[in-house]
Design a protein around this ligand. Sequence first.
Ligand code: GLC
Length: 559
Amino acid sequence: MNSAVSPSAEHDILVPEWWRQAVVYQVYPRSFADLDGDGIGDIPGITSRVPYLADLGIDAVWLSPFYPSALADGGYDVADYRDVDPRLGTLDDFDEMLAALHAAGIRIVVDIVPNHTSDQHAWFQEALAAGRGSAARDRYIFREGTGPDGTEPPTDWDSVFGGSAWERVADGQWYLHNFAVEQPDLNWSNDEVRADFVKTLRFWSDRGVDGFRIDVAHMLTKDLTEPLPSRAELDALPRDGKHPLIDRDDVHEVYAEWRAVFDSYDPPRTAVAEAWVDPARIPLYASAESLGQAFNFDLLEADFDAAQFRRIVTSNLALAAESGSSTTWVLSNHDVVRHATRYGLPPAERTPDGRPVRKHGNEWLLSGGTQPALDRAAGLRRARAAILFVLGLPGSAYLYQGEELGLHEVAEIPDSERQDPTFFRSPGADLGRDGCRVPLPWTAGGTALGFGGGTPHLPQPAWFAAFAVELQVGDESSTLSLYREALALRQRLQTDEGLEWINTGREDVLHIVRPNGWGIIANFGAESYELPAASVVLTSGPAPAGSVPGATTVWVEPA
Ligand code: GLC
């Protein structure tokens, strides 16, 4: 599984519970590899890099949306759920990519975006044309406005991306969009909407897709009984399963139907929920009756800090035990500042319950990368220590493209080249997510650093060259080599999902032992930690014999 194409690869694909401890690599297709040279990454580009993915040793690829899209939100505005964006390729290209991944023993998970469509989707265009009270409008959430002549939105609700959550159409009605204006929310009380997503899940499952990542899985169902509450009233309501908009219990009726679809395949198709909910409610999404697994995003909000890491590991393993699923470790994805950069900035200020109140990552972006100062070397060193700790844990690990190169966030994107709607909807307040979506550097020179023949759709900074794949492949000390070695060795940890904590006598050093006897020792502090007698299997950075230096993780086996 962890090396390139092997005769047993096809057979491995049939293992039903492959996902429990899988390493899943997120490909953001438009920024991965651009084979046709139009500046936008494409599906044939991914196929051309299957040997790279196989050598990395991942178990699965999660593909962010590759569907036809006007790109109002990086592809999360889907115009057709059962096709490929012509700029990215064709369905035949998709089939070829899938076959190449499977032949290399790599599974594929695709992103499903069910909360909203694109405003370019045939259904929304039909709804605009059909007018008030039509069946076509009932697939979305249309309401009359308030105030004289209905010129005010139905409520004062904000969209997640900033500004009003309502937009007025030509005939005077308003539609709900919890995200960008171009992303009208679907009406999940509508049977046709439900049936169509089942069709989509079957469409991709029939093509051989192994699983699905469900976008904003906690927001599909809504109770929009009149009179609609105000924003203040909404905010005051508990998130206990009965909230009108968020994390409603009845969303699991949708997922129970999907579960029947997933389980009708052999092996069953998997799903992972993107659900930003109260942690206590995560097991509802992760249960075998619902989606089966849910993202644990706690590490996205944590500092490089032993106490925070320990608390997060303990609580998420308990949540996974509650649902019977495995947990999911995520340090970076396409929505957050890359973790090498987060760890190179001062720790976030926090509320008493540990939530970050200021995002240094974003402040740093706002200053164009100058304030507060980024310590690039410290950030990368901590990032390497953090991933080696995380890869030593039970559960599955989701990696985001480029983190295996130790990439930092790109702050220096000119405003004129930014794409993310969060930037445009909150000018000046949020620079958005483009900085983690810059096309990958494959070579240290050449057009677009080997990404492709054209001008990349987001500009690559000059310093990207030093992180190029070609420079890291043969370098034992590179971050890429660390990931490759860790993923190859990780198979030896995956026999059992247990873990035991060892008392280190130090608050800033964590030590766990896995059932195969291997120890994972992570030093989050500055002072060296003396290593118990053991032989070292792997280290995240230079470590003199017998010690774990600060900001370093070491894997050991009993002496
Ligand atoms: C999810 C995606 C994000 C997208 C949003 C709206 O949070 O991860 O990229 O903008 O949903 O679809």
